[in-house]
Design a protein around this ligand. Structure first.
Ligand SMILES: [Zn+2]
Ligand SMILES: [Zn+2]
Length: 257
């Protein structure tokens, strides 16, 4: 039986209010052993922590999504900083830059992101980075912030191999989600093929971004195996080996147990 870690999921979102336990059960039956449940602001980070305290297979993260950066008050940042010290909080995020939708002004996104980089330095907890249409700026902000390596993951990586290696060089893991299975995504598959095996992670980002055969539907953690199958096929390794490796990587990066 395969064993997986869904390293990025939003199970506390209202999308699952009617059938959360059932969806979690399906995922477990499909081989998902641990879930890193990701907060996007103070409210969802608190909810994520609640879930992680209730269920031992869940771990939480706390942060402010770049979409929400414009609403992040000093009080909210303080409260999140406190949350990060909680034992079941395994990472800081999701935080980052999103210049695709630009729901917050770019300069505010960068300012808030830098606050979380400082929390990363202060606490030593890994970063869960959201980056969309902003990879060049992201690399610039990280390099400007500090010389040397970071610890964390570029979640739902969505660029090419050259860009991927820039972030590997900065110390990041690379996480692939449902888009790896999309028919036209050869560029992403080439990145997945060449990613060093000890830096490779898998995620669903559920309820968003379902794999190819479920497009248009709500995503679920149980579909993670489809992304794992594509990653195994792309890298020409047995599925069991791919799952074992990515699970080991996730447990090590986030300290899951
Ligand atoms: Zn994201
Ligand atoms: Zn997310």
């Amino acid at each position: 039986m395969i064993e997986l870690v869904d390293t990025h999921v939003h199970f506390h979102f209202p999308d699952y209010d009617s059938d959360r336990d059932e969806v979690i059960h399906h995922a477990q039956e499909a081989g998902v052993r641990y879930f890193v449940n990701v907060g996007t602001n103070l409210e969802t980070s608190e909810k994520s922590l609640e879930l992680a305290k209730r269920r031992p297979e869940f771990f939480a993260t706390a942060g402010v999504h770049p979409h929400d950066a414009k609403d992040a008050s000093e009080d909210e940042l303080k409260a999140i900083r406190k949350l990060i010290d909680e034992k079941r909080m395994v990472a800081i995020g999701e935080v980052g830059l999103d210049f695709f939708r630009n729901l917050s002004p770019e300069d505010i996104q960068i300012k808030i992101f830098e606050r979380f980089l400082q929390m990363h330095v202060d606490t030593g907890k890994p970063l869960v980075i959201h980056c969309r249409d902003a990879y060049a700026k992201m690399a610039e902000v990280l390099k400007h912030f500090r010389q040397g390596a970071f610890q964390g993951v570029m979640h739902c990586f969505s660029s090419d191999k050259e860009t991927m290696f820039r972030f590997l060089d900065l110390g990041f893991h690379i996480s692939f989600a449902g888009p790896l299975t999309y028919k036209k995504n050869d560029v992403l598959r080439e990145a997945c093929r060449t990613c060093p095996k000890e830096s490779l992670l898998l995620e669903t980002d559920a309820p968003f971004l379902p794999p190819e055969s479920f497009r248009g539907k709500r995503n679920e953690s149980s579909y993670l195996v489809h992304t794992a199958e594509m990653a195994a096929k792309t890298r020409v390794v047995p599925l069991e080996e791919l799952c074992e490796q990515t699970t080991r990587n996730a447990i090590r990066l986030f300290g899951l147990c």
